[in-house]
Write a protein that binds this ligand. Structure first.
Ligand code: ADP
Ligand code: MG
Length: 244
């Protein structure tokens, strides 16, 4: 057993009177690919946003290598370079070229010089098949290409963990495969990932742990073979039956 990288402990989050996450606990170790599935509104995005410090937990802890990252004195920007995030809507900087999208964080946060940032960005743009498009602006790209750039941008920070929030949900169906293929390769190469997805084949084939969320709690979790073939919770059974 490798030691945990991320530990979410007793995490709760409310928006006013609306309790969105209740007492969430899970652990991610090096090389884990954890998929998070569940109905719309169950709190999946809020969970990832809390892990990325885009939301402040109402209570509970998020520990990164044992240290509570919500505590005072932890810089969210530095932490986010270690725990990166890829969004459903890409969130590329629309006024910047593909290359600049992939160098700006390295320069501003990691303080790399322009040439080192460029070389590193090129490495990851090649990995996702987007090196021919370095001078393009996001609006000139397809959705699948934009998402591959967003993945390269996240990788260029050399994170220890990558979070994906429904990375293929905004894509035309014919572009889902190219993004899933990149993610599959990352998983194979040992990247530690938490992936919110409705792509059940990806969850079943690529992840080693599946978390099923319903109404702000982890209703069931386990290895994909168990969770998909022999779900115990009636809510998991009902949810999975929609995909058959
Ligand atoms: P999922 O990603 O599983 O669809 P979300 O985490 O987006 O679920 O949302 C869970 C619940 O939290 C929903 O009821 C949603 O309306 C609420 N919610 C999410 N973000 C906010 C916010 N910033 N302010 C108020 N309510 C929010
Ligand atoms: Mg969501």
């Amino acid at each position: 057993m490798s030691e945990p990288i991320l530990e979410v402990r007793h995490l709760s989050k409310s928006f006013g009177a609306n309790v969105v996450l209740r007492d969430i606990d899970f652990t991610v170790s090096s090389g884990d690919v954890t998929t998070v599935i569940g109905p719309s509104g169950s709190g999946k995005s809020t969970l990832l946003r809390c892990v990325n410090l885009l939301e402040t937990p109402t209570s509970g802890e998020i520990r990164f290598h044992g240290k509570d990252v919500a505590a005072r004195g932890v810089s969210p920007t530095a932490y986010r370079s270690k725990v990166g995030m890829v969004f459903q809507s890409f969130n590329l900087f629309s006024n910047m070229s593909v290359l600049d999208n992939c160098t700006v964080g390295q320069r501003k946060v990691l303080k790399k010089d322009a040439e080192a940032a460029r070389q590193n960005a090129m490495k990851y743009l090649e990995q996702v098949g987007m090196a021919p498009y370095i001078n393009a602006k996001p609006r000139q790209l397809s959705g699948g290409q934009k998402q591959r750039v967003a993945i390269a941008r996240a990788l260029a920070m050399e994170p220890e963990v990558l979070l994906f929030d429904e990375p293929t949900s905004a894509l035309d169906p014919e572009m889902v495969g190219e993004v899933l293929a990149v993610m599959r390769d990352l998983a194979r190469a040992g990247m530690t990932m938490i992936v919110v997805t409705h792509e059940m084949a990806f969850a079943r084939d690529v992840s080693n742990h599946v978390v099923f969320m319903a109404d702000g709690v982890i209703a069931e979790e386990g290895p994909p073979a168990q969770l998909f073939q022999d779900p115990q919770n009636p809510r998991t059974q009902e949810f999975l039956s929609r995909f058959r």
